[in-house]
Design a protein around this ligand. Structure first.
Ligand SMILES: [Zn+2]
Length: 225
């Protein structure tokens, strides 16, 4: 059934959205990707997203969202502010209020223009870092609002919503994409593709998840002593 339908993946070129792209390619007849250009700290992020979609033969839309810079100075958009992990219960310094609201809304408009019913986003509550518009309740609410606003029947899919980073690696593995995601995606705040710089908060989260998954996979082959 879904094999007849078209989907748009909100795509940054990172681990999560690349895993979502593979997830969508397995389910939908036609898949396109949308990347938001908001003067990211690293232009490399856009290049990385473009290269991945080219390699996978996925049509790629890049939307100019540089207006976010005017609204929300933060470490992601201004080079002169250092990236810091948020403490317990704090938002990280990369926080742009309402960013996901804006991105998903534009993805909905694009979906209506290209005739896609399905919108896929890699947001996740499990590694919740304080972004209220990445929560399941918000995404469900926005799904209703998008449908009302355009008199449409969009379905927003969040395949990563309830899984942790290790399980996201597992999903990539199950989709036959573990090596691809590991080598070709960009998560690192310092702009290092693949396993990254190893020390920034994004690398820490990604690499801890990968090690946990790989150890779990090994462990399932080892007998107790
Ligand atoms: Zn890094």
């Amino acid at each position: 059934m879904l094999k007849d339908e078209k989907a748009i993946v909100v795509f940054s070129g990172g681990q999560d959205s690349t895993t979502c792209l593979f997830w969508a390619l397995e389910r939908f007849k036609s898949v396109e990707a949308v990347t938001f250009d908001y003067n990211q700290r690293h232009r490399l992020e856009i290049d990385c997203a473009r290269e991945i979609t080219e390699e996978l033969g996925v049509q790629h839309h890049i939307l100019d969202m540089s207006l976010l810079n005017q609204l929300a100075p933060s470490a992601l958009t201004r080079d002169d502010i250092a990236v810091q992990a948020g403490g317990e219960g704090e938002l990280p310094s990369t926080f742009v209020p309402g960013r996901n609201l804006i991105f998903l809304s534009f993805a909905g408009i694009l979906a209506s223009q290209v005739g896609a019913k399905h919108i896929i986003t890699g947001v996740c509550e499990t590694d919740f870092s304080g972004y209220p518009d990445c929560r399941d309740m918000f995404v469900k609410s926005l799904n209703v609002s998008l449908n009302l606003s355009m008199d449409s029947q969009f379905v927003i899919h969040t395949p990563l919503m309830w899984i942790n980073k290790a399980e996201t690696w597992q999903l990539a593995d199950e989709l036959g994409a573990l090596a691809f995601v590991r080598e070709k995606t960009l998560t690192c705040y310092n702009g290092v593709i693949g396993d990254g710089c190893g020390t920034c908060p994004a690398c820490e989260l990604r690499n801890n998840g990968l090690q946990a998954y790989l150890q779990g996979r090994e462990g399932s082959h080892i007998h107790d002593k």
